[in-house]
Design a protein around this ligand. Structure first.
Ligand code: SF4
Length: 430
C-alpha cells in the first residue's frame, strides 16, 4: 500500500490559498465581487487583481474534475448535448460540468461569470470554447485579447503595440465597466512588483533540478508548483510567501542530497527525463507511479511553461506595465513556433543533464500535439539521446490505456538502461 506523504508547509499554504479563492467565489453573490472566466495561458492575473475581481479558470475546473474521476460523466453530458468526440476534452468536461450544475471542486456551485475574458494565446480552441460559453451565459460581456503567434520566432515592437492597443481599447474599458472602477495604475504596479518576485522564485525553483539527484520532479510535482502562479495568485503577497517557502524546502533537499517526494514515498533517481506535452489527469497517480517504479525523475517539462515562460529572462515590468502584460502572453509555450519549442526542449535536455526525451501526445490537444514527431526527430538527431512516445488524453478516461503506456515506457527505460551499460563499458575500455 502506498504511504501518505507528510504535508510540508508550502503544501498547506497552497491548500489554504486555493480554499480561500473558492470560498470567495462561493460568496461572490453576497460580497458583490465580480467574477471573470478566463484561461491559464496568457492569463491577465495582474489586471484581474487590480480590479478586485475573482478569476475562474474553466481548464483548471476540467483538470480537477479529471483528477476527481468526474470528467467521464461530464464529457458524456457534453457529447449528448452535441459535441463530437474530436473536440478538446477540457471543453467538453467544462461544458458538461456547467450543464450538470457547475459544482466546483469544493462541492459548492461556482458563480456565473460577469465577464468572459478571452485571452487567445496560441490555441484556436479557446475561441470556440468561449463562443459556447457566450451561448450558455447570454448577455455576459466578452473581452477578447488576441495574441499574435510567434511565427517568425520573435516578438516585434509592432506585435507588442497591437496588443497594448487591445488592452487599452477593449480589455481595460470592459473591465472598468463590469467592475465599476477606473484602473488604478499605482495599484497595478504594486501587483506587478509581486509578480516579478514570484517569477524570480519560480525560475530558481525549477533550476534546482540541475542538481544530481534532482530534489523535485519538474512534471508530476511541477504541475502543483505552477498552480498558484497560473490561477490568479501571481501578483499577490500570498504567492511570494508560498514560493519563498517552497524554495526553502527544496534547498534543504538539495543540501541533503534528497530525491523528489512522490505519493509512493521518496524517490531514488535512476534516469533523468525531459517531457513534452501535458500529463493525463484521470489516472495521474498511476501514471506517476510508472515513472517512480523505474526511478525516472522528470527534470524539466514544456507543460510547466504553458501558463508563462520565465526561464529565458522574461519578467513583468513596472516601468512598462501594459507592454509587459502583452509580452507575457506572447511568451507562453503554446504561442512559440516549432523551432523555438525544439530549441527550448534541447536547452532543457542539456542544462538539466537529461538522459532522454519523452513525448506524451494528447489526443484532444492539437496545440501541443502538432509537430511533436518533428520535435522528437530533431532532438534525437541533434543531441543523440533516446526519445520515447506515448499517447493519452487530458481528462477523457476512455483514452488512458494503462497497459499500452506501461509497455511503451518499459521499452523506453530498457533503451535508457542499455545505453547506460554501453557508455559505462566504453568508459572502462578507455
Ligand atoms: S486544445 Fe489544448 S491548448 Fe487548446 S484548449 Fe484544449 S487543452 Fe488547451
Amino acid at each position: 500500500m502506498s504511504k501518505e506523504v507528510e504535508k510540508e508547509r508550502s503544501m498547506i499554504l497552497q491548500k489554504e490559498m486555493i480554499a480561500g479563492l473558492f470560498n470567495d467565489l462561493s460568496t461572490a453573490g453576497d460580497t458583490g465581487k465580480k467574477v471573470v472566466y478566463t484561461f491559464g495561458p496568457g492569463n491577465l492575473s495582474e489586471l484581474i487583481l487590480a480590479f478586485d475581481m475573482l478569476p475562474v479558470y474553466p481548464e483548471i475546473n476540467a483538470l480537477q474534475s479529471g483528477m476527481r474521476k468526474m470528467s467521464g460523466n461530464y464529457i458524456r453530458e457534453a457529447e449528448k448535448y452535441g459535441h463530437s468526440e474530436d473536440v478538446c476534452t477540457y471543453v467538453k468536461c467544462d461544458i458538461g460540468m456547467m450543464l450538470s450544475g457547475n459544482i466546483g471542486p469544493t462541492g459548492k456551485k461556482l458563480p456565473d461569470p460577469d465577464l468572459l475574458l478571452l485571452s487567445y494565446t496560441g490555441c484556436f480552441t479557446f475561441m470556440k470554447w468561449f463562443e459556447n460559453l457566450e451561448k450558455l451565459y447570454p448577455g455576459v460581456p466578452v473581452a477578447m485579447l488576441h495574441t499574435p503567434y510567434q511565427e517568425s520566432g520573435k516578438i516585434t515592437p509592432e506585435m507588442t503595440e497591437y496588443m497594448v492597443k487591445q488592452l487599452k481599447e477593449e480589455v481595460i474599458p470592459k473591465m472598468e465597466k463590469v467592475s465599476g472602477k477606473k484602473l488604478d495604475a499605482e495599484k497595478l504596479n504594486k501587483v506587478i512588483q509581486n509578480s516579478i518576485e514570484t517569477e524570480d522564485l519560480i525560475v530558481k525553483i525549477f533550476d534546482t533540478t540541475k542538481n544530481i539527484p534532482s530534489p523535485i520532479d519538474a512534471y508530476f510535482a511541477g504541475v502543483y508548483y505552477i498552480g498558484p502562479i497560473n490561477i490568479g495568485f501571481r501578483g499577490t503577497r500570498e504567492a511570494v510567501e508560498y514560493y519563498s517557502e517552497l524554495l526553502k524546502e527544496i534547498e534543504y533537499r538539495v543540501e541533503n542530497k534528497l530525491g523528489p517526494v512522490t505519493p509512493e514515498g521518496e524517490m531514488e533517481e535512476r534516469f533523468r527525463l525531459v517531457i513534452e506535452g501535458p500529463p493525463n489527469w484521470t489516472s495521474f497517480r498511476e501514471f506517476w507511479k510508472l515513472f517512480y517504479d523505474h526511478g525516472a525523475v522528470v527534470v524539466a517539462s514544456s507543460y510547466t511553461k504553458v501558463g508563462g515562460l520565465h526561464d529565458l529572462g522574461f519578467r513583468h515590468s513596472t516601468e512598462h506595465p501594459l507592454e509587459s502584460l502583452a509580452e507575457y502572453c506572447m511568451n507562453c509555450y503554446t504561442n512559440l513556433n516549432l523551432n523555438q519549442r525544439i530549441s527550448l526542449l534541447s536547452k532543457f535536455v542539456k542544462d538539466h543533464y537529461a538522459d532522454g526525451l519523452l513525448v506524451n501526445s494528447i489526443k484532444s490537444c492539437n496545440s501541443f500535439s502538432a509537430g511533436q514527431l518533428i520535435i522528437m526527430r530533431k532532438i534525437e538527431e541533434d543531441l543523440e539521446i533516446p526519445v520515447g512516445f506515448i499517447e493519452s488524453d487530458l481528462v477523457d478516461p476512455r483514452y488512458f490505456s494503462y497497459s499500452n503506456i506501461k509497455n511503451r515506457l518499459d521499452s523506453f527505460f530498457q533503451m535508457l538502461e542499455q545505453r547506460r551499460v554501453i557508455s559505462n563499458q566504453t568508459e572502462v575500455v578507455q
